[in-house]
Design a protein. Structure first.
Length: 251
């Protein structure tokens, strides 16, 4: 007997690996399959001021891709100006991040949508408060994680370390997605890296996102997101089932 997770937590091996593009692409693909999908970026840093309020380009991009009309205060409860870790940004701006506020926002969104895609920031070990890391938030929300990795040099080490931390803290991993952000053709090691990582980790490889020239988070251009995420979205839906007792088997 199986239950369904209420959503999916999209994280990355580092900052700038393409989490927002992957989250938006999956949201659009799920939307196109008539799924009621919600999006959330609980904490955003590096936000800009607009009409006396701070806004996140990442949040705006996710909203545009998913077509949701939920209040931004639920999608991104904390929008911080300083471009660094949430803990340090909040400290600089004399603000306090309350996890219960994030939990409440997620609960409201999951009550409105069939599935909520939650995008993290930085990597799994990015500090949110003095005691809570990003990976802890995924566990608190009871969500499996999807890890976005680079295809370039260094990804084997970064990805295996992220997987090890998730295993150590008991956070289930739904799969891996690789992002190739460069215009040049993928080199041999970039094509082989995902196979090496899967052979060591036994975590499912959901595919590689090629360079998308028509996609820009800053310019809110999602033309290129209309292709390439459909099979990944279908695979994710199949794997969002979990045993009724909450245990997850190895991939």
């Amino acid at each position: 007997m199986y239950n369904m997770y209420k959503g999916l937590f999209i994280t990355g091996t580092d900052t700038g690996v393409g989490k927002t593009i992957v989250t938006a692409g999956l949201a659009l693909a799920l939307k196109n399959t008539q799924r009621n999908v919600g999006v959330m970026k609980p904490i955003a840093t590096g936000c800009f001021k607009k009409k006396e309020k701070f806004e996140s380009p990442d949040t705006q991009f996710l909203v545009q891709a998913s077509g949701v009309t939920d209040p931004l205060s639920l999608i991104t409860p904390y929008c911080l100006k300083t471009p660094c870790s949430p803990y340090w940004a909040a400290k600089i701006e004399n603000r306090k991040i309350r996890i219960d506020r994030i939990i409440d926002a997620f609960s409201q969104l999951s009550g409105k949508h069939e599935i909520v895609l939650v995008e993290g920031l930085g990597g799994l070990m990015a500090p949110i408060t003095r005691r809570i890391l990003l990976i802890d938030l995924a566990k608190i929300l009871n969500l499996p994680i999807l890890i976005v990795s680079r295809s370039t040099l260094g990804t084997i080490n970064h990805t295996l370390l992220s997987i090890a931390q998730a295993h150590q803290r008991g956070v289930p991993i739904l799969g891996l997605i690789y992002n190739h952000p460069q215009k040049n053709k993928m080199k041999l090691h970039e094509r082989v890296n995902p196979r090496i990582i899967s052979s060591f980790s036994k975590i499912k490889n959901l595919g590689t996102i090629p360079y998308l020239k028509d996609v820009s988070v800053e310019k809110r251009n999602l033309k290129g997101l209309k292709r390439g995420f459909e099979e990944m979205a279908i695979e994710i839906l199949k794997n969002l089932k979990k045993p009724a007792r909450g245990k997850t088997g190895k991939n």
